[in-house]
Design a binder for this molecule. Structure first.
Ligand code: TYM
Length: 332
């Protein structure tokens, strides 16, 4: 059976981008067709300026939202990264295989480091080594597939390179994983700034639909989305990023494709209205289930406890053999 691994970082409230780009597929498809693990990658949330209490709250909320989205602990493993030491253990070994040049070439590092410097802050070393920890997350489980949105493709490519390099130098230890992406909405854009990704760490709230926004707030954000000059509804992400983003979102909600949809609309107003209703309807069951789960926090805690125990068992033998392969003496 195929092994699937993916994760979400608790640096902000989960967005429509996270859902359409990744989480929906985990619940609807991936957990049913493979041995799948889904992880709240809290160690990754410490790579930028953070508030400890907020990271803890967001980790709990992310876990609750993953379950509300339909992840079923009878079908897959849901856990928190810091509960399984193997991630950090393997990350160090992979730091001894990766180079600093590779890290500095990562687009997300360049963007985030520039943002930190603009704010007058300093760049944490862990931001530079972030992709190595991500590679450890994936490789520790012998992962075949990593279902992610477009922005993570470069990190998964690096993971492949590290796996191949480790295997060549020290003997076959890791499966070489590949990224899988959704056909539509692999990169949902910010509604106010449709040339940038809809990101959960962005503070620009009006352009970001959060999964826990009230329906009326979602409607308002979508109705106020920036569109492009011109009036015809065409799918052209380069020339018409605003309207193309709405078409992608609507197509993802309706299970169709943006080109087909574009012919059905004569005005931006009608497109926005239908998109707003489709998003509200798509997320309605998730919001309801989230409310129920919040009333029973011990259920979520139990899922995370069992998930961590299972994950530990799956990761430990592979990480132990990596320790031996790279030249470390076994402890008695
Ligand atoms: P994160 O937390 O930023 O995002 C979680 C998932 O959501 C996808 N995504 C999007 N998809 C489409 N449009 C968007 N606007 C959008 N924003 C986010 C992301 O591509 C991702 O699939 N580095 C990862 C977390 C991670 C990870 C891993 C993922 C750590 N270790 C191992 C997979 C495997 C991240 O920051 O995701």
């Amino acid at each position: 059976m195929k092994r699937i691994f993916s994760g979400v970082k608790p640096t902000g409230h989960l967005t429509l981008g996270n859902y359409l780009g990744a989480v929906r597929r985990w619940a609807d498809v991936d957990q049913h067709r493979a041995d799948a693990l889904f992880c709240i990658v809290d160690l990754h949330a410490l790579t930028v300026d953070h508030d400890p209490g907020r990271v803890r709250r967001l980790s709990r909320q992310a876990a609750t939202l993953l379950l509300a989205s339909g992840l079923d602990p009878r079908l897959c493993t849901v856990f928190v990264q810091s509960h399984v030491d193997e991630h950090a253990r393997l990350s160090y070994l992979l730091e001894c295989v990766a180079t600093d040049g590779e890290m500095r070439r990562m687009i997300q590092y360049k963007e985030k480091a520039a943002r930190e410097r603009e704010r007058g802050g300093s760049v944490r070393l862990s931001l530079l080594t972030y992709p190595v920890l991500m590679a450890a997350d994936i490789l520790a489980y012998g992962t075949d597939e990593v279902p992610v949105g477009d922005d993570q493709t470069q990190h998964v490519e690096l993971t492949r390179d590290l796996a191949v390099r480790f295997n060549q130098r020290y003997g076959h230890t890791f499966a070489v994983p590949r990224a899988t992406r959704p056909e539509v909405a692999a990169r949902v854009m910010n509604l106010q700034e449709p040339t940038s990704k809809m990101g959960k760490s962005d503070d620009v709230g009006p352009g970001v639909v959060y999964l826990l926004d009230e329906p009326d707030v979602m409607r308002k954000k979508i109705m106020r989305a920036v569109t492009d000059s011109g009036q015809d509804v065409v799918h052209d992400p380069e020339g018409r990023p605003g309207v193309s983003n709405l078409l992608e979102i609507l197509a993802a909600c309706e299970g169709t494709d943006p080109e087909t949809l574009s012919g059905a609309y004569q005005s931006y107003g009608a497109l926005k209205k239908d998109t707003a209703e489709a998003v509200v309807e798509l997320l309605r069951p998730l919001r309801e289930r989230h409310k129920q789960l919040c009333a029973d926090p011990s259920y979520v805690e139990g899922v995370l406890r069992d998930g961590a125990a299972k994950a530990r068992e799956m990761a430990r033998p592979r990480v132990d053999s990596a320790y031996r392969a790279i030249g470390l003496l076994a402890a008695g």
